[in-house]
Design a binder for this molecule. Sequence first.
Ligand code: A3P
Length: 332
Amino acid sequence: WSSMKLPSRPELFDFEGVSMVHYFTDNWEKVKNFQARPDDILIATYPKAGTTWVSYILDLLYFGNDAPERQTSQPIYMRVPFLESCFKVIASAKVKCHCISCKSEPVLCISSEICEADTEVLCWLYSAGTELADNLTTSPRLIKTHLPVQLVPKSFWEQNSRIVYVARNGKDNAVSYFHFDRMNMGEPEPGDWNTFLQKFIEGKKVFGPWYDHVSGWWEKKQTYSNLLYMFYEDLVEDTGREVERLCSFLGLSTSVEEREKITKGVQFDAMKQNKMTNYSTIPVMDFKISPFMRKGKVGDWKNHFTVAQNEQFDEVYKQKMKNTTVKFRTEI
Ligand code: A3P
């Protein structure tokens, strides 16, 4: 993909009180009016909290056995549409086309009408998440969102759809987000670690403040019973136990053997090797800077935070989280 001309990094702006980039607001009318279904499962997270991990677990729980092609030729971001995303033409380049109609390679381009392998093609990453979701033929639909709870389309609440929220402790979440922003040209420029951390603390990150996100969804759980609130740290500590929790929330009677098989297949190293889950098929990400599947650890923040940054973070945390009962572990 080296010959591709990528668009410049987007700017952050205020959208309904939340910092956003245009990729997630361009399609807002359709997002807002999205028609959820009662059997939809929404996977909601603040960016970098383990979205891909839980998406893949759910995908295997529902579709792991009946569609081998789904597992071998469809990247996870095509199986689990990112609701609010709207990436239009990403670039044109002389590359081998990986679109759906080619089928030979991982799906990348979805505008099949312009597919001609080995010629100049326009590569579309996804069109809009709403379109991808509307076009899903399998059921239940698994749909991903990073929206803070107050911006979630109202039909999800009206339809009483099931929601799995995954939260990650703020320190590791910030570190993971920093490295993601460095390598992902679809994100605003992160600056150096300290610059990034100050923006994270101020809530000037795409999808707004981490504090409001995790606590807003936590409050929602008190009144909306179809919501399972999970923690990244729990998943790292005992993936099998969390897969079991997911099954019981979803009412799935998956066998012990099957659960064990899934637990093995979704471990960090397996997902890092798997082209369908490691995001290596996305051109806006520069893996030479940092891979998508980076470390997958709890406590990596200790390799980034200075003593002063840690004290500052703890001080701000106390203030911002004083009205919520959600509790995080920064080590296990
Ligand atoms: P790190 O950057 O700390 O490694 P998201 O999918 O929400 O973007 O989150 C990405 C983060 O989840 C990355 O964190 C990634 O490595 C981690 N992750 C993804 N799959 C994982 C797995 N199977 N085990 C542990 N961590 C995983």
